[in-house]
Design a protein around this ligand. Structure first.
Ligand code: NAD
Length: 273
């Protein structure tokens, strides 16, 4: 189980640590990544229809021999599929590619203006029909969440956001916690740029761990779900080897204070859909 799950607001257990597969190539690359991760004890895989690798993710899970019900499988509805009917169709297509008949978590990938409420209604219905064990959003700022919850029947169980030492967004984390929305970090390694920071090199040396392990540990100690990505077997294994040390409170704070509102991905308010 790679040391622990959070219980979402609806009682479903979500493993804190998962494997991200954005830009993992469909075919051998993603199949192997998923297999190596499951072998190493990961039980949570994060994909999306736009990653164009759901077929390989499904194949990796099957070939791993780990029973489907032991894997927390996440996918997302893409921007061009927003709207009630097209979301239902996109969901069915994802299931088909993944070779499964349910998802553990389905997310609205981005808050497409004027459309995400209809999309959310589709997710609510799929959830009520027990096709999805939990539903959530991604890249929703506080105003998006407030706007959605204003009419939603079900409060999103998860908000998956860009989150790393240069983009902490503590106010949004606090808002989510208050509303029982689990915060999840995408690009926790700053898409590779974290490895250039001197402060990370210093911390890695201090704890005798890698930079990736320091930042994954930082997420976990703050109670955030995190999904570092790698396609290399040794890194997939190492990135999850974070349960034999603890960051001091001072060092947790030190990383929190690196915040400089710097994004490596799009701005949810200015995404050219
Ligand atoms: P990341 O921050 O996880 O960084 C991944 C990169 O870091 C890899 O390509 C690799 O080059 C490098 N790396 C990984 N482990 C390493 C190690 N031990 N040593 C040296 N280099 C290492 O980047 P990401 O893939 O953008 O984010 C993680 C996951 O988050 C994605 O795969 C995807 O599942 C999800 N995501 C979601 C959204 C969204 O809009 N919801 C957007 C981006 C990513």
């Amino acid at each position: 189980d790679l040391k622990g799950s959070v219980t979402l607001s609806n009682g479903v257990a979500m493993p804190y640590l998962g494997l991200g597969v954005y830009l993992s190539e469909e075919g051998k690359e993603v199949v192997n990544s998923v297999k190596w991760a499951l072998e190493a004890g990961y039980r949570h895989i994060d994909t999306a229809s736009i990653y164009k690798n759901e077929t390989g993710v499904g194949k990796g899970i099957k070939e791993s021999g780990v029973p489907r019900e032991e894997v927390f499988l996440v996918s997302k509805v893409w921007n061009s599929d927003h709207g009630y009917d097209s979301t239902i169709q996109a969901f069915e297509n994802s299931l088909k590619r993944l070779g499964t008949d349910y998802l553990d978590l389905y997310l609205i990938h981005w808050p497409v203006k004027g459309k995400y409420k209809e999309t959310w209604r589709a997710l609510e219905d799929l959830y009520k029909q027990k096709r999805i064990r939990a539903i959530g959003v991604s890249n929703f700022l506080q105003h998006h969440l407030e706007d959605l919850m204003d009419q939603a029947e079900i409060v999103p169980m998860v908000n998956q956001m860009e989150c790393h030492p240069y983009l902490v967004q503590q106010d949004l984390i606090d808002f989510c916690r208050k509303n029982t929305i689990q915060y999840e970090c995408w690009s926790p390694l700053m898409q590779g740029k974290i490895f250039e920071l001197d402060v990370m090199k210093t911390l890695a040396q201090k704890y005798g761990k890698t930079i990736a392990q320091i930042v994954v540990r930082w997420d976990l100690q703050k109670g955030l779900v995190t999904i570092p990505k790698s396609t290399k077997k040794d890194r997939i294994i190492a990135n999850a080897n974070v349960f034999d040390f603890e960051l001091s409170q001072d060092d947790v704070q030190l990383l929190n204070q690196l915040e400089r509102s710097e994004r490596f991905g799009p701005d949810p308010d200015n995404f050219d859909f």
